[in-house]
Design a protein around this ligand. Structure first.
Ligand code: M6R
Length: 613
C-alpha cells in the first residue's frame, strides 16, 4: 500500500514529484523516494519517514531533470528502511521502478534472477520487477530504445503475478515513462506539455483536472506531449479523459489544523452531495429493470472497518424499509466462508476508497456466485466501481484523514436512500412512509449543520477525561453500530483502549470492566428504547462510571437524572438518528487525540486505503 507518481514535462520534475507525494501520503508514509533522470543518469534520493524528510534530502542533492518518478511507502515486504524504499533499480542502475501492490510470485522470480547473476539490494518484492525488466531488455530486439523498453515491460507484465501499479523510467529513454496497472490504482493526469502518472488524482490536481483512468492489464506510455494507452493485447486504445470536479482546495485542509476536523465539518455539504446522487434510479444503476429489483430476496453487505459499521446500520434499513433479509460481513471473513448461492441476491460492497483489497476480493467472490453487485463508494474510477454492476457514488469529496468521518455518514445516508427506493419498488414501504422519510432525508444536511456546533462542548469535556485508560460506548438497535464506530474512531487516532457494546449485552460480561471513573458514552435518543437506555445509565453509574448521555431534546430532563453529562443532538427520525449521533463521538476522538498530541491525520501503523490483504 503505497503512492506512486511520475512526471514528464518541460520543467524540473523534482518539485512536482515531492508535491505529488505529499498529496499521496495518506496511502502510506513510512519512507519515500524519488528518481530523476539527469543528463542521461538516474539520480535517486530516498529517506525513511514522511515525505518532509525526503524533501529535505532532495533539496541537498538538488537533482535536475524533466523526467522523474517518486514513491511514498507503507511497508509490506521488508521493514521501513532506506534500502527498502522505492525507487528500486536493476543491476546497471539505469532502470528504476516504483510500485504499489504486491508481487505474489516474487520469491520464485528472485531465485531465478539470482541464478542468472542479478544482485538484489533490498528485501522487497518490488525489486524483482526492475531486474526482470533488465533481463527482458537484454533479450528484446527493437528499432529504438523506446520500443525496446515498451516490449520489455510488456513481457514483464506477463511474468509477474499479483496486484500492482508500476512506474518505470530508463536512462536510455529520456522524456518517457511507462506505467502498468493490474488491480492497484493508476491514473494519468493530462497537462499542457506535461503529463503525470499517479496512484490518485490529488497528486496532480494542482496542475490538471483531466484524468485517464486505466483498466487492469493496461499499459501507458507518457511523453511530455502525448500519452498512449495499450490494452491487454498491446493494442493502442482510445480512452476518454474524465474531468475531475474536485479542485485542489477541496483536497486540502481549508484552514483547519487537521483533515480530520475539516472533514467532520464537511459533513453538512457531504450529505447534501450524497443526497443529490440519492435521486438516482437504482434499477438503472444496476443495469436491471424494476421487476428485477422487486424480485430481490437477499442482500449481502460486505465492507471493512468504518464502512462495515455503516453496513451494520444499513441492515436495519433494508430489513425495515425493504423487508429484504440482509447479512453484513466483514469482507475479510466473507471471502473465506461458505456463502450459499441463492437466486435474486444483491451483494453491496461499501468502501470509501474503492481500493480495499479485502472488499474487492469479497465482491469478486459474490460475482462468481452469480449475485448482482452494487458498490457504495466515494472514489471515481476506483477498482471496486469497475468490478461492480453498478455504483452509488457518495460524492462526499476527498477524504484524506485516515480516520473516516464524512465518508461514514455519507455511506449510511446512501444505505437509507437505497433501502427506501427498494422498499418503494417492492411495496414494503407505503407511499406515505416514503414521503415522510424522503422529507427527513432532505432535512438531514441542515440537521447536520446544527449538530457540528457541538464541538465546543465535547472539547470541553475531553479536558477532564482524556487521560482515562479505557472508554466504553453503548447503543442499541441502529445506534449499536455507532457505539462500535465511536470506539474504533477513538482507538485509531488516540491509541486509547475503547470498546463499543450493544447496551443490552453489558450485563452478560462487559460490565465487569467498568469501575470508578470509567467514561461511558451512552447513545440514547428519545425513542422506543429510551427507557431501556436509562437503565443502562443507572447500571453503569452504580459501578462508579462517568456517564455521558447523548440524547435528543425530549430526553434531556430524564437523562440529566442518570448521567454526569448530557449532550443534545438535533432530533431527526429514529432510523436516521445515528447519522447525527456519531458526530459528538467523532469530535471526542479528535480532541482526545489532540490533547494527547497524537498524529491525528496519519495515526501510527495505519494507512488510508488498505490495498493488501
Ligand atoms: O476505503 P474503505 O472504506 O474500504 O476502507 C475501509 C477501512 O479500512 C476504513 O474504514 C478504516 O477502518 C478507517 N481508517 C476507519 O476510520
Amino acid at each position: 500500500m503505497c503512492g506512486i507518481i511520475g512526471y514528464v514535462g518541460k520543467n524540473n520534475s523534482a518539485p512536482y514529484i515531492i508535491d505529488g507525494l505529499k498529496k499521496l501520503e495518506y496511502r502510506g508514509y513510512d519512507s519515500a523516494g524519488i528518481s530523476i533522470l539527469q543528463d542521461e543518469k538516474i539520480v535517486t534520493v530516498r529517506a525513511v519517514g514522511k515525505v518532509a524528510e525526503l524533501e529535505k534530502a532532495t533539496l541537498i542533492v538538488n537533482p535536475q531533470g524533466n523526467t522523474g518518478i517518486g514513491h511514498t511507502r507503507w511497508a509490506t515486504h521488508g521493514k521501513p528502511s532506506e534500502e527498502n524504499s522505492h525507487p528500486h533499480w536493476d543491476c546497471t542502475g539505469e532502470l528504476v521502478v516504483v510500485h504499489n501492490g504486491i508481487i505474489e510470485n516474487y520469491l520464485t522470480l528472485r531465485e531465478k534472477l539470482q541464478k542468472l547473476g542479478h544482485t538484489f539490494q533490498s528485501e522487497t518484492d518490488t525489486e524483482v520487477i526492475a531486474h526482470l525488466i533488465e533481463e527482458n531488455l537484454i533479450h528484446t530486439r527493437a528499432v529504438s530504445n523506446e520500443e525496446q523498453l515498451i516490449k520489455a515491460v510488456q513481457k514483464t507484465n506477463t511474468q509477474i503475478a499479483g496486484a500492482f501499479a508500476i512506474g518505470v523510467m530508463w536512462a536510455h529513454t529520456p522524456g518517457m515513462l511507462v506505467g502498468v496497472k493490474n488491480q492497484s490504482p493508476l491514473v494519468v493526469g493530462l497537462g499542457k506539455e506535461e503529463n503525470f502518472l499517479a496512484s490518485d488524482v490529488p497528486a496532480f490536481l494542482r496542475h490538471t483536472n483531466r484524468a485517464l483512468f486505466l483498466e487492469d492489464g493496461e499499459m501507458v506510455i507518457l511523453h511530455a506531449g502525448n500519452v498512449t494507452v495499450l490494452d491487454v493485447k498491446g493494442q493502442e486504445k482510445k480512452v476518454k479523459p474524465t474531468k475531475i470536479s474536485w479542485d485542489q482546495k477541496t483536497a486540502e485542509k481549508g484552514g483547519y489544523a487537521h483533515f480530520m476536523i475539516k472533514e467532520i465539518y464537511d459533513q453538512p455539504q457531504a450529505l447534501e452531495d450524497t443526497l443529490r446522487t440519492a435521486q438516482t434510479d437504482f434499477a438503472k444503476l444496476l443495469g436491471v429493470d424494476d421487476a428485477a429489483l422487486r424480485q430481490l430476496r437477499n442482500i449481502h453487505i460486505i465492507a471493512c472497518g468504518t464502512a462495515y459499521h455503516a453496513g451494520l446500520v444499513g441492515k436495519y434499513y433494508l430489513e425495515q424499509l425493504a423487508g429484504i433479509p440482509t447479512s453484513v460481513d466483514l469482507a475479510s471473513e466473507y471471502k473465506y466462508r461458505t456463502v450459499p448461492s441463492f437466486e435474486h441476491t444483491l451483494a453491496i460492497a461499501i468502501s470509501q476508497s474503492g481500493e480495499t483489497a479485502d472488499t474487492i476480493g469479497a465482491i469478486k467472490k459474490a460475482k462468481k456466485l452469480g449475485f448482482q453487485t452494487l458498490a457504495i463508494c466515494n472514489v471515481l474510477g476506483s477498482t471496486l466501481t469497475r468490478i461492480c454492476d453498478g455504483t452509488f457514488f457518495t460524492h462526499c469529496g476527498p477524504e484524506i484523514s485516515v480516520a473516516s468521518t464524512k465518508a461514514f455518514t455519507s455511506q449510511i445516508t446512501a444505505m437509507f436512500a437505497l433501502a427506501l427506493c427498494l422498499g418503494k419498488a417492492n411495496g414494503n414501504t407505503s407511499e406515505t412512509d416514503f414521503n415522510k422519510y424522503a422529507k427527513l432525508l432532505t432535512g438531514l444536511p441542515k440537521d447536520m449543520a446544527q449538530t457540528v456546533k457541538m464541538e465546543y462542548d465535547v472539547r470541553h469535556l475531553t479536558r477532564k477525561i482524556y487521560k482515562a485508560d479505557r472508554f466504553i460506548f453503548l447503543g442499541r438497535h441502529v445506534n449499536f453500530p455507532i457505539a462500535l464506530e465511536g470506539a474504533l474512531k477513538l482507538k485509531e487516532v488516540s491509541y486509547r483502549s475503547a470498546e463499543g457494546f450493544a447496551a443490552g449485552e453489558i450485563k452478560h460480561g462487559p460490565i465487569s470492566i467498568i469501575d470508578k471513573g470509567t467514561p461511558v458514552f451512552i447513545l440514547m435518543p428519545h425513542d422506543d428504547l429510551f427507557e431501556k437506555m436509562l437503565s443502562a445509565c443507572q447500571e453503569c453509574r452504580a459501578r462508579g462510571a462517568q456517564v455521558v448521555s447523548i440524547t435528543t431534546q425530549d430526553g434531556v430532563k430524564q437523562a440529566q437524572d442518570v448521567a454526569d453529562q448530557v449532550f443534545t443532538v438535533p432530533a431527526t427520525g429514529e432510523l436516521l438518528q445515528p447519522i447525527l449521533n456519531v458526530v459528538p463521538l467523532q469530535f471526542l476522538a479528535y480532541w482526545i487525540a489532540k490533547r494527547l498530541d497524537c498524529d491525528i491525520d496519519q495515526p501510527r501503523n495505519l494507512a488510508k486505503s488498505v490495498t493488501v490483504e
